[in-house]
Design a protein around this ligand. Structure first.
Ligand code: SF4
Ligand code: SF4
Length: 147
């Protein structure tokens, strides 16, 4: 399966990954409209960790044992054995935040307006995830690993 790997030594802490994640998950897919017009503004599923001079981007690791999926009471969080991706279905999410508490990477975001959670979907409909494709310094990379 595909994994996104952060290369801390190349990260310059610019936060462009977050900007493009928001844009990719907006209705318009347009950077200006996503920021200026869309309410609520989409939430970035990648998080920039910044403690100068160190920075790196982190998002869902799509864990093999996926504690979030095991802990989810409604089946909203699901490990797809075929693709290896951990997917989230907002329709089934009851906003109990259990997955948020068990994720060891802090990769699940709370969408307060929707009373649900949200997380990286690896831009499954794109050849290359938006954060990887748009990082100006090659600090995010896609690699294939055995699931
Ligand atoms: S949300 Fe957290 S626990 Fe769940 S698969 Fe991703 S990294 Fe693992
Ligand atoms: S892969 Fe896509 S969804 Fe995941 S963090 Fe990057 S831009 Fe966001």
């Amino acid at each position: 399966m595909r994994k996104i790997v952060a290369k801390q030594e190349h990260c310059i802490g610019c936060g462009i990954c977050e900007v493009h994640c928001i844009t990719q998950h907006s209705k318009s897919k347009d950077i200006i409209k996503a920021y200026n017009r869309e309410r609520p503004r989409p939430i970035s599923r990648v998080r920039l960790e910044l403690n100068k001079p160190v920075s790196f981007a982190i998002q869902c690791r799509h864990c093999n044992d996926a504690p979030c999926a095991s802990a989810c009471l409604t089946g909203a969080m699901h490990k797809d054995e075929k693709t290896g991706l951990v997917t989230h279905n907002p329709e089934k999410c009851m906003g109990c935040w259990t997955c948020v508490m068990v994720c060891p990477y802090g990769a699940i975001k709370i969408d307060k307006e929707g009373h649900v959670v949200t997380k990286c979907d690896q831009c499954a409909d794109l050849d290359t995830p938006a954060c990887v494709a748009n990082c100006p310094n090659g600090a995010l990379e896609c690699v294939e690993v055995e699931s």
